[in-house]
Ligand binder design. Structure first.
Ligand SMILES: [Zn+2]
Ligand SMILES: [Zn+2]
Length: 117
């Protein structure tokens, strides 16, 4: 992605951000074009992007829990797959966590067999 174009020759210019340079807003940064060697200034405008997604479970409490993948397994917590709310692991969460580990272990065994026929 090109940071900006030289206002003289339209060459693509990249802002050097070493040591955080060029990030300050409302400051005129001096830049010398590598193409035409003319000097111009630029101002940095930082934009934020937001990605909203619905979490109806936060409104009506209908969370869909799945176990976190935590080591050691005793520290497993229930995590809602929609809103990432955490809860103390219930017996169901722990059972799901153990089942998942067992599945991973058996898959690893299968893969081991495949690579050493
Ligand atoms: Zn230029
Ligand atoms: Zn939720």
């Amino acid at each position: 992605m090109t940071d900006m174009r030289c206002p003289y020759c339209e060459a693509e210019c990249e802002v050097c951000h070493d040591d955080g340079a060029g990030y300050a807003e409302e400051v005129r940064h001096v830049h010398e074009c590598h193409e035409c060697d003319k000097v111009f200034v630029f101002e940095t405008v930082i934009t934020f992007e937001y990605h909203p997604y619905p979490t109806e479970c936060l409104s009506d409490g209908s969370h869909e829990w799945e176990p976190s993948f935590t080591f050691p397994i005793e520290h497993t917590r229930g995590v809602c797959k929609h809103c990432h709310t955490e809860r103390k692991a219930t017996p169901e969460d722990m059972a799901a966590a153990f089942a998942y580990r067992a599945e991973l272990a058996s898959r690893a065994k299968l893969n081991g067999k495949d690579s050493h026929p």
